[in-house]
Design a protein around this ligand. Structure first.
Ligand SMILES: Cc1cc2nc3c(=O)[nH]c(=O)nc-3n(C[C@H](O)[C@H](O)[C@H](O)COP(=O)(O)OP(=O)(O)OC[C@H]3O[C@@H](n4cnc5c(N)ncnc54)[C@H](O)[C@@H]3O)c2cc1C
Length: 274
């Protein structure tokens, strides 16, 4: 797999809410290689921002690449003004994404004798919080395509973020939603829904992307309960390709110095939280 820089045509750029927009790009080279949990660095060559901005791969459909972005500052405001038919420079796909828990074949000896058997990976729970929901769309799609529809948990602020559920309707075993104010789904934070989900479903893996505080609570619970958990980290990054060292952290278990852009953004929970 190799990273490319592609001049991608904007097919659509529409608001999903007052703060969040969806950008669909014709980006055959990047879309053709992107894995769930990877990201791209984008730059509007005609704009006024010098550094590229990182965005998770929200979805891929053929040669179409979807990014979903929250209006944060100068770069994303410029992005929101771009119209269909204009072009954006896309560098990617970058980093290492989620390792998808899918069934595998293994040579096993059991009461039926020895031979190749299908090893069931078990059910995954994919969790997104805020705009961290974006990269779990493609993750859920790929799990569903591999015959392992996940349970999906979406942590949102209020009912105005109801647009997220539409993205998952074909890829989820069941969708749970929490809102901070109780205006839709369960009142509370994503972690508050986990006991109910665990009671209903036999969850073997958790894949999560969202604010650090949310991921920390979920990761600690997963580690405590012995559930495999992967977290997708986000830190300001200038280059996105491992050169500027602006996004490093020390692994809790390995004590290795990891680059979020090149070694991640997805890591095993134990490496990030303890
Ligand atoms: C690997 C990765 C994947 C990402 N995926 C997405 C995504 O799918 N959708 C999305 O909306 N955003 C995503 N982000 C965050 C996104 O890159 C920033 O919001 C964006 O660069 C802000 O650019 P700006 O010019 O609009 O804001 P700036 O003017 O650069 O900053 C505006 C405000 O946003 C804060 N900010 C900027 N970058 C980050 C960051 N990386 N993390 C936290 N706060 C930041 C600044 O501190 C400042 O307060 C991702 C970041 C990383 C590192």
């Amino acid at each position: 797999m190799s990273k490319v820089v592609e001049n991608a045509e904007i097919l659509s750029n529409r608001s999903l809410s007052s703060e969040v927009s969806e950008l669909i790009l014709k980006s055959p080279e990047v879309a053709g290689q992107a894995e769930p949990g990877q990201f791209v660095m984008v730059k509007n060559e005609a704009g006024n921002t010098f550094l590229r901005r990182p965005f998770g791969v929200a979805d891929v459909d053929g040669d179409k690449l979807t990014l979903i972005y929250r209006l944060a500052g100068k770069g994303t405001k410029e992005l929101a003004e771009l119209k269909a038919g204009s072009f954006l420079s896309v560098e990617g796909p970058l980093g290492h994404g989620f390792k998808l828990p899918v069934d595998s074949q293994a040579h096993i000896c059991d009461e039926k004798g020895c031979g190749m058997r299908t090893v069931d990976a078990g059910l995954s729970l994919v969790i997104g919080g805020g705009v961290g929901i974006a990269p779990i769309i493609y993750t859920a799609r790929k799990l569903a395509e591999a015959g392992k529809k996940p349970v999906v948990l979406l942590g949102t602020r209020n009912a105005s973020e109801g647009f997220w559920t539409e993205y998952f309707k074909d890829f989820a075993e069941e969708i749970f939603v929490t809102t901070d104010d109780g205006s839709a789904g369960m009142k509370g934070f994503a972690i508050d829904a986990i006991p109910e989900i665990m009671k209903k479903h036999d969850i073997k893996h958790i894949l999560v992307c969202g604010p650090t505080i949310m991921m920390e609570g979920i990761a600690k619970k997963a580690i405590n309960d012995g559930i495999d958990c992967q977290v997708s980290l986000e830190k300001r990054m200038a280059c996105g390709i491992g050169v500027c060292l602006g996004c490093t952290f020390e692994g809790k278990k390995s004590k290795k110095r990891w680059k979020i852009c090149g070694d991640g953004p997805v890591f095993a929970a134990e490496e990030v939280f303890d």
